[in-house]
Design a binder for this molecule. Sequence first.
Ligand code: SF4
Length: 251
Amino acid sequence: MMREEIVFGPIHSRRLGSSLGINLLPEKGKLCNFDCIYCECGWNKDGREDKVIPDAEKLRQALQAKLEDCAAKGIPIDSITFSGDGEPTLNPDFPEIIDITIALRDKYFPSAKVSVLSNATRVGKPEVFQALRKVDNPILKLDAPTDQLVQRINQPQGEYHVRDVVEALRKFEGDFVLQTMFLRSPDFDSSSPEVLNGWMEIVRELRPREVMVYTLDREAPAEGLEKFTVEEMESLIRPLREEGFKVQVRG
Ligand code: SF4
């Protein structure tokens, strides 16, 4: 699914209320430094025809116009979420864009929450880290506890080490949301004891204020992937709940 506008919505969701989405990536392509086997935008190689990335000024104009329009029509905005066709922190203007978004939010809809969905590959960069610290909900992905499994599930396009990302995430001191996809394929299984326990150890080390566990939703580009039921995921994460972690499971 590709979003063809920088600012899209608002759409209504039970979880987020009236929600605007922001896509900082090419309008007609996907740009990501992961190539997850479950990515709803498809494979990187199939989404390369458009390389134009919106800059901070373009975002400012699009967001201001949308917020003004919503305010004038009395349409409420509860959340503004960066979740485009790829990894938002790859936009070179990302830090500036966060500042602009927060300023516009404060002006038009001060109670709206700003969220960023990121694959966490760039949290070690000080400017990206600082920007993510400013938003209400930095929602950061970590799907597997070992480099080998990340290679299999997320197919990083450059160097990637789980340990480096965990070290960078520690700097949030738990003030972030950890997002993890549970899935099964013929050669790996998020619920196998070594995968599950390794992941839980990372959760215990990072102590995120919230953990979001989800599974396949739309059609994935890879074949042979299986989703989990909500009941299965609930039972897998029970030990974390019992230890006091806030865990949200989405089917
Ligand atoms: S990180 Fe997100 S956008 Fe990037 S490949 Fe994975 S699912 Fe797709």
